[in-house]
Design a protein around this ligand. Sequence first.
Ligand code: GDP
Ligand code: MG
Ligand code: ZN
Length: 468
Amino acid sequence: MPKKAESKEKKAKKTTKKEKSSKKDDSSKSKIPNTKDKKSTKKKTEIKKDDPVASEKFQQPEINIGLVGHVDHGKTTLTERLSGKWTDTHSEEVKRGITIKLGYADASFYLCPKCKKYTVKQKCHDCGEVETKFIRKVSFVDAPGHESLMATMLAGATVMDGAILLIAANEQCPQPQTREHLMALQMAGIKNIVVAQNKIDLLDDERIMKNYQQIKNFLKGTPYENAPIIPISAQRGVNIQHLIAAIQKTIPTPKRDSTKDPLFLVARSFDINKPGYTPERLVGGILGGALQQGTLSVGQEIEIRPGRILEEQNQLVAKPILTTIESISSGNVKVNKITPGGSMGIMTKLDPAVVKSDSLVGNVVGLPDKLPPVWHELKLEAHLLERVVGSQEELKVEPIKMGEVLMLNVNSAATVGQVIDMSKNTVICKLRLPVCAELEARVSISRRVGTRFRLIGYGIIQELDKKK
Ligand code: GDP
Ligand code: MG
Ligand code: ZN
């Protein structure tokens, strides 16, 4: 168990406030060399000593790490501590003080060559301004912890390569969404996690140890029983170096196969044109999301599936959309080519009206004719949990019934499906909205329990029988 904070780390709190106010325009700042810093030789990228992302601005993040856990346990605060960015910016998020949409923020990890401590800064504060060495750029996916937002969390889980599970030390462990999120990670097939025991500034050592034991007991018997548990205070910046060290050790960048056909999951879609723009100023629709495999480049022709959903003769049909990549941005920087890791924006030639207000969320982007199938019915090999984990009291998971309506999350899509056929371990669901997914892809299955959908298991997509 790492030691408690050294007093210096407390100072970090003050600096974040200042940083926050300067965050808005930091993309423009990145082009201005820091003329005051005479010692600096690498003028172009050296901007501001404490800007956590400055020198690695042009580096694409290589891994997506989720921040998951019960509401108010400190996910957004830790995201800010690591990245310098407060991800709750949506007006309702600000008002209610909770995360509603997935938040994205990049951070670079550095190592001090002298004291060997990890940091997100380019200078080591403990060693009197020693320059640190860049190690890895990561992208954080800040998930909402509220029980009503599980579908959003599940969509986020599909792009996570690993995760940090936040557990507040001042509450009994586990809280309902601590359990449900851990289960969601397991269902999504995520292997590597680090547990951050947060808010230790609120407790004495004895109570921290007691809570630490509770966490250990909670993890026992799960695939994560050997995950490191790092006591931290996200708010005060305590033990952040140990947390980064644990991330470095436990969550390596996965091997990516760039020869595979690209697969990009759309998590947001939007129009950035302002009312009154002249036609010459109009730009095409933007797709935000994450590349799962392969590469994508500016100028490439792409296909979007399922695409437009139309009704023809009382049947929903999916019309794939073809377009071209106009430009790509990663962390506010325009790039020519992307590889997996981090969240990106693809600007297309599409009519902005087509992408407006997240209308293409859940779609998959790839090269024409190289995308997985579109399913109107899904045959799933179902693996159900024993208990419903997200509610206060734990109910037994009853078998799936004929006619039952399930929420299904696959890739970044959420759809509902009605069970129209079933045998021992498989169910066939007729989907309200079609999804594009590979054979054998994992699907999270949730069922309505009371007023909410609760995660009850996962399914593996099977080939549909040809009979009909
Ligand atoms: P989230 O819902 O998990 O994203 O939680 P937030 O990051 O929004 O934090 C919820 C509340 O806990 C906020 O009021 C934070 O200031 C507070 N908080 C977060 N981390 C710490 C910590 O390390 N110590 C203390 N005392 N409070 C914290
Ligand atoms: Mg939050
Ligand atoms: Zn140092």
